[in-house]
Each structure stands twice: as structure tokens, then as C-alpha cells.
Design a protein around this ligand. Structure first.
Ligand SMILES: Cc1ncc(COP(=O)(O)O)c(C=O)c1O
Length: 377
């Protein structure tokens, strides 16, 4: 154990826990709801003297309640599906969904930049897998065509807004390819929930394809400032998950009062068009400023903006310089991203002002000037 830790330290890959201070650019609280007084008030109102503090068991035993059923109905309506089922985290939702829908006789086609929870769910399912190059439709089509006559069900799995690169999956095209080769589509909307699409309903809703997707995963721990996730689908998938998803069956339900927080967050988020608009504008302006200053922001087209630096040490250096100047930014390194693609991940929220964005680019530029020769990518 110690040897492995020393090894990580030597490779500048050792992770430690820190409490952030300063302008928070590592937060997934995209709409700023974590400190929203309306959300706090809704939560406090839910804590009535007679409210039950614990759920007392798994949903299949004593932990079910009308509160959870109701918020599932509300969320399904928001997502545009007939049904939704709540898991206590996005990680548990992806593991439960993929490991129960897929089996060793099936095929899964997964974007190479999909989140660890998708990767782990696929591993646990034992399904045969093809990892296609990030957003590469040609490579995906070749892989699908090659398995066209193979038995077993086929599924394409993708994030909608990618968590590390901040770019978008070509959902419409993925659906068409799936249709052509008999593969279902599953979309993880974690970084789009509340932020993208009409009323924040995600990129599948924006593309008008919700009715054709097998399942959508919407998480509550990011823009909804809560926790957990909904798998949104038709009734059969929901029934199947209730019967087969081990992360649902064998886990204690969240307390009923928490359903109120999610419900309130959903209502606030759905009506936050102005905030969504301003977040998009600030993100566009930061991307433009960074690019003008010669930094590489990759293929980002969302509130998540990577600054690609390549080397671990360089990424750590820039993160330290930013922190010294009051910006809470973490360097993202392997194994979270592939070797040679270490970066800063700037995650914008509605709390970030244009002045802070300008200042940030100034600090980045000054930090680069201190390096000679400049070793950034
Ligand atoms: C794309 C994606 N899916 C799922 C998850 C897991 O969600 P949770 O944090 O609720 O477990 C994350 C978390 O970062 C994510 O980025």
C-alpha cells in the first residue's frame, strides 16, 4: 500500500482531500442552488415536527413512501418520460441500470470518455464491450456493423455533456446509428440536468429524442444541489430496475424529507432560464478570452471548460498559482483523464462574475510567463 502511495506521489498523481476556499471553479453547483434561500426554505418547511427522519429500510421493504413516489412522478414529467426511479447517487444509478439491463450475451458500445460509473456498470454486467473513440461516429458505425449479425441486445451509452471535456455527444446521430443497427441508446445527462435544454431538461430533450431513448440518467447532486439520480424511462425499464438493480434493491432509501428538497430544486431549476442564459454567456466569454491568450480549451461547448496542459506537473503548477490568487481550481490528472491530457477543469456556476473571469485569465497568463521555456500544450 505505502509503496503504491509513494509511487503515486512520485508521479504527481497522489490525491488528497482539501477544503476549498476562494472563488470556486471546481463546483458542479451550476445554478448556484446550494446556497439558494428558496431551497433552504423548502427544506426547512419539510422538516415538520412530525416528519420521519429515517426511511427505515430499502424501498422494497419499509423504505418506500408517497413522498418518493410523488417526486418520481414530478421528475418523469420534467424529463419527458412516463416513469422515473430514484437512486441514492448517480454512481448507484449507472451501476444499477447498466449491470441489470446488460448481461454477458449482450453488446455495449461506450464512448471512451464516459464517466467511471458507466465504466464500472458495464464491467459489472459482464457484457461484451466496444469502447469507441470519443464522439467518433465513424468508428462507432464500423463497430456496430461488425456485430450486426451477433445475437444479444445492443446498447450505446454516452454522457450528453462530458464531465471532463465539457463537449457534447451527437445524440441525434447516435440515435440514428442505433436505429440502423438495432442498438438502444442510454444517455447520462449528469452535467446537463438543470443547465441545458428547454427548462434545463437536458440535451436529449433539446434534440427532441426523449421518446426514442431507452433511459436517461439525470443526477441531482450537481445543478440541483441535492443528491441522488433518476433513471427516466418507460414503465418496463422501471419495473425491471425495481426487480433487478442491486444498487436499488439492497440499499436503504433516502429519508422522505429529502424528496422535498429535490422537488423544490427541480421547480427552481426549471424556471431558471435567465440563469441558464447568463451561465452560457459567461462560459462563452471565458473560452474566448482563454483562446485569445493562447490556451487550449479543447472541444468545450458548455459550462465545463478544460485548459489542456498535458503534463501533470504543469497542471499542478497552474492550479497552485490560481489557488495562490484566490481561485479554487483542481488539476485533473490520470487516471481521471488519459495520460498526457492533464488539465485544469474550470467549472462555471452562476456565482462567477465576468470580472472574476477576466482576473482568472490574467492570473493564467502571468503564471505562464513565469515558466521558461513554456511547457504547456
Ligand atoms: C457523467 C456523470 N455521471 C454520473 C456521476 C455520478 O453522480 P453522483 O455524483 O451523483 O454519484 C457523475 C459524477 O461526477 C458524472 O459526472
Amino acid at each position: 500500500m505505502q509503496g503504491e502511495l509513494s509511487d503515486l506521489q512520485m508521479r504527481a498523481q497522489l490525491r488528497t482531500l482539501e477544503c476549498h476556499s476562494g472563488v470556486n471553479l471546481s463546483s458542479n453547483d451550476y445554478l448556484g442552488l446550494a446556497t439558494d434561500p428558496r431551497l433552504k426554505a423548502a427544506f426547512l418547511a419539510a422538516l415538520q415536527p412530525n416528519c420521519q427522519m429515517g426511511s427505515t429500510g430499502s424501498r422494497l421493504l419499509s423504505g418506500n413512501s408517497r413522498d418518493w413516489e410523488q417526486v418520481e412522478e414530478e421528475f418523469a414529467e420534467f424529463a419527458g418520460t412516463s416513469h422515473a426511479i430514484y437512486f441514492s447517487s448517480g454512481y448507484a444509478a449507472n451501476i444499477g441500470l447498466l449491470s441489470s439491463l446488460l448481461g454477458p450475451a449482450d453488446w455495449v458500445f461506450s464512448d471512451s470518455l464516459n464517466h467511471a460509473s458507466i465504466i464500472d456498470g458495464i464491467r459489472l454486467s459482464g457484457a461484451r464491450k466496444v469502447i469507441y473513440r470519443h464522439r467518433d461516429l465513424n468508428e462507432l458505425e464500423d463497430a456496430l456493423a461488425l456485430r450486426d449479425n451477433e445475437p444479444g441486445c445492443k446498447m450505446i451509452v454516452t454522457e450528453s455533456v462530458f464531465s471532463m471535456d465539457g463537449d457534447r455527444a451527437p445524440l441525434g446521430e447516435l440515435l440514428l446509428l442505433g436505429g440502423k443497427y438495432g442498438a438502444e441508446l442510454i444517455v447520462d445527462e449528469a452535467h446537463a440536468t438543470g443547465v441545458h435544454g428547454p427548462q434545463g431538461r437536458g440535451l436529449a430533450a433539446e434534440a427532441g429524442i426523449v421518446d426514442n431513448v431507452l433511459a436517461l440518467v439525470h443526477t441531482c447532486g450537481k445543478a440541483l444541489a441535492s443528491m441522488g439520480a433518476f433513471v427516466c424511462s418507460g414503465s418496463t425499464v422501471k419495473q425491471f430496475l425495481i426487480n433487478r438493480a442491486r444498487t436499488f434493491i439492497f440499499s436503504t432509501a433516502m429519508p422522505p424529507y429529502f424528496a422535498y428538497q429535490i422537488s423544490a430544486a427541480l421547480r427552481i431549476a426549471a424556471s431558471a432560464d435567465l440563469e441558464r442564459c447568463s451561465l452560457t454567456e459567461v462560459a462563452e466569454s471565458l473560452r474566448a478570452l482563454l483562446r485569445e491568450a493562447g490556451f487550449n480549451t479543447g472541444t468545450s461547448s458548455s459550462q465545463i471548460i478544460p485548459v489542456m496542459l498535458g503534463d501533470n506537473e504543469v497542471a499542478l503548477y497552474f492550479a497552485a498559482e490560481l489557488r495562490r490568487n484566490g481561485f479554487a481550481v483542481r488539476a485533473i490528472r490520470p487516471p481521471t483523464v488519459s495520460p498526457g491530457t492533464s488539465r485544469l477543469r474550470l467549472s462555471l456556476t452562476t456565482k462567477i462574475t465576468r470580472e472574476q473571469v477576466n482576473e482568472l485569465v490574467g492570473v493564467m497568463t502571468a503564471a505562464r510567463e513565469k515558466l521558461a521555456p513554456a511547457p504547456y500544450a
